[in-house]
Design a binder for this molecule. Sequence first.
Ligand code: UD1
Length: 427
Amino acid sequence: MDRLRIRGGKPLQGSVPIGGAKNAALPLMAASLLTAGTVTLSNVPATLVDIKTMRDILSAHGVEFADVTGAPARNGCRTLALSAHTITNTTADYELVRRMRASVLVLGPLLARFGKARVSLPGGCAIGTRPINLHLVGLQAMGAELEIADGYVEAAAPHGLHGAVVRFPSVSVGATEHLMMAAALAQGETVLENAALEPEIIDLAKLLQAMGASVFGAGTSRIVIQGAAELHGATHRVVADRIEAGTYAVAGAITGGQLELEGVSIELLGAVIDSLRSAGVEVRAESGNVWIWGNGRPKAVDITTAPFPAFPTDMQAQMMALMTVADGSSVITETIFENRFMHVPELARMGANITVKGNTAVVRGVTALKGAPVMATDLRASVSLVIAALVANGETVVNRVYHLDRGYERLVEKLSACGADIERLAG
Ligand code: UD1
């Protein structure tokens, strides 16, 4: 298993080209199932393992992929053309779905277009149980007949899906996306209330509109979709990855460096920028890019994760890494996922002072971290260890690098280009 070796202490200086958002690209790829036409997506972080998994799942249904990129863009992204002209199989197998939860997003589109689908339940994952009840209840309201058998959701809509008013009891990004896609091919109007507001939802709405669906209100808590009898192919550029950008922003800040985050607008980063500024980090938006200046020791700030536009759970671990070396104590509260503090014991191995009680962590800033061998069990936890290692004294070896391969394209290259002492060790 590959590892990363990092020697801390180098301030990051330079420019980081931010890629397209993995979390936007996954539902956009699933949306290709809604049409026999070709959906061309540019700015796709195509080499990420999660994107490859979605590609494998769609290929198993019969979707054809063409990479229409010449050389990949500077940010590593590519342009993919997806054609679901001939669907040969409406079952998504456990072997593929268990690798990534977002795989369940194929259920609604398959059901809406073909009237049936059989999709494995995703099972648990490292950051909690993560059920899909909201997805399923919504599809049922739209006329889907569902049965759970042998770990699979067997879904049928012999007369097609119809519009419905669905009020989510709690906010879910995936369920909002899932029902938007299903509604785009349902008969009549669907109203989603208490919908998620994330930028990735707006990105999906843009693609669905380009495919011929009417979608109003994406980015607000009430989304109205008029279903079309048929959708057509379209071309769309994937929105920038705000979590990748936020991760580099924290890396720049913790090392006291100066970084330009290329290709991401400051509005996408929202609450992360607010927290960084409260920590004393200087942040400026200039000509479509974001500049970060680390400004000595960060000040302690409190953080509570919540749905967009509040502080994203996917940035909690990275921000905690910054707070480990802050001046003062910071209270970090995780409200989205249970069990999302797996980075805490590993950060402690590097000298961090953190106490966890339930969904709250109290981080008492220390003046320095020390390099150590560490490992983590999910993507964002792993990258928080990389961030800590960039400022730690001595050498850190981050094990289980495959988690990082799920969500960070060219991490080592992008960090080394800004002066980090980091290398990937094989085996
Ligand atoms: C997406 C992101 C993930 C991010 C999360 C929250 C993708 C591919 N992944 O995940 O990186 O951390 O949003 O911003 O975009 N829930 C239920 N029942 C459901 C669905 C969700 O109880 O049917 C709960 C979840 O367990 C969680 C909360 O709702 O506690 C929010 O989850 P959700 O927004 O659905 O996250 P994902 O879409 O899975």
